[in-house]
Design a protein around this ligand. Structure first.
Ligand code: NAP
Length: 283
């Protein structure tokens, strides 16, 4: 599987598997095991997904050496700030049954995330995290974070799919050599994405599904992807994207699908600030 080099030299698989909304522990464990058997070597979880333990169980059961699986988790708003982030990180390691993380991310640009970043810098310097980054940071907050601290974020995990291509933000990220990791590559199935005519027409040339075309397009854009599915046949389908190549004109057609707006998360809206601050859980 193809790897991307992060700005601190860490090598990260370009494709991984996301486990958001897989709340049933058994189903999560089975889905992650299926992904690992399919060849996937990166799992994206988060403290607030409530399934870090299931991910850890699956990695152990897979028999794959820990150093061959790239584990990503995130600190939630309720644990923003230096002390809480350290505590949440320790709990994440315990849940994942490991003694280090490959990538640790600030989940939302809310609360005392500068305090969180200081904690993450320390954990990174101590070798307990291989790379640190953020999610859902727009350009102004990202640059403010960069200018306020020493360690550069390696990754910004953001909503990205054909309807939301984040071009302005990606340009700023390129300036600082920060990698884009696309969450909701399928727009969580919204807006008829799997039935979209453009994607279906491109796919028909290669006998590939719309899902595979989207993933291939993101890969050729140089972006890391973490599609989620609880179905074995879809997981296998999603990882069969290395045997075809989109032509420039096809890449361009998909670029034309951009609405220049997000479809799932309006990070600046007051409603989201209230909604996301209300999400609390026992880790
Ligand atoms: P997604 O991957 O865009 O879409 C998942 C949906 O697509 C599920 O309903 C899945 O259904 C369906 N699906 C998957 N493969 C398919 C295929 N080949 N054909 C047809 N349908 C298919 O959405 P997501 O889970 O929100 O995003 C991916 C990952 O990004 C998450 O799991 C999480 O790790 C991460 N994420 C991060 C943030 C953040 O704020 N940092 C936010 C959201 C997500 P089935 O499961 O029923 O197959």
């Amino acid at each position: 599987m193809r790897k991307l080099r992060l700005n601190n030299g860490t090598e990260m698989p370009q494709m991984g598997f996301g486990v958001f909304q897989i709340t049933d522990q058994k189903q999560c464990e089975e889905s992650v095991l299926t992904a690992l058997k399919t060849g996937c070597r990166m799992i994206d979880t988060a403290a607030c997904y409530g399934n870090e333990k299931a991910v850890g169980n699956a990695v152990l059961k897979s028999g794959i050496a820990r150093e061959d699986v790239f584990l990503v988790s995130k600190v939630w708003i309720q644990d923003a700030g230096y002390d809480r982030t350290i505590r949440s990180f320790e709990k994440t390691l315990e849940n994942l049954q490991t003694d280090y993380l490959d990538l640790y991310l600030i989940h939302m640009p809310y609360g005392d995330y500068h305090g969180s970043w200081r904690a993450m810098e320390e954990l990174y310097r101590d070798g307990r995290i291989k790379a640190i980054g953020v999610c859902n940071f727009e350009a102004d907050r990202l640059v403010d974070l960069i200018l306020s601290h020493e360690v550069m974020p390696a990754v910004n995990q953001i909503e990205m799919h054909p309807f939301c291509q984040q071009r302005k933000l990606r340009k700023v990220m390129e300036m600082y050599d920060i990698r884009t990791m696309a969450w909701a590559p399928f727009a969580e199935g919204r807006n008829g994405i799997f039935q979209n005519d453009t994607l279906a027409a491109v796919g028909s040339v290669y006998y590939k599904t719309s899902a595979q075309v989207i993933l291939r397009w993101l890969i050729q854009e140089g972006i890391a992807v973490i599609p989620k599915s609880v179905h074995q046949e879809r997981i296998e389908e999603n990882f069969m994207v290395d045997d075809f190549h989109l032509a420039d004109a096809e890449m361009e057609k998909i670029r034309d699908m951009d609405t220049r707006d997000t479809m799932i998360l309006a990070i600046r809206s007051l409603d989201e600030v209230y909604r996301l601050h209300e999400i609390r859980f026992e880790q």
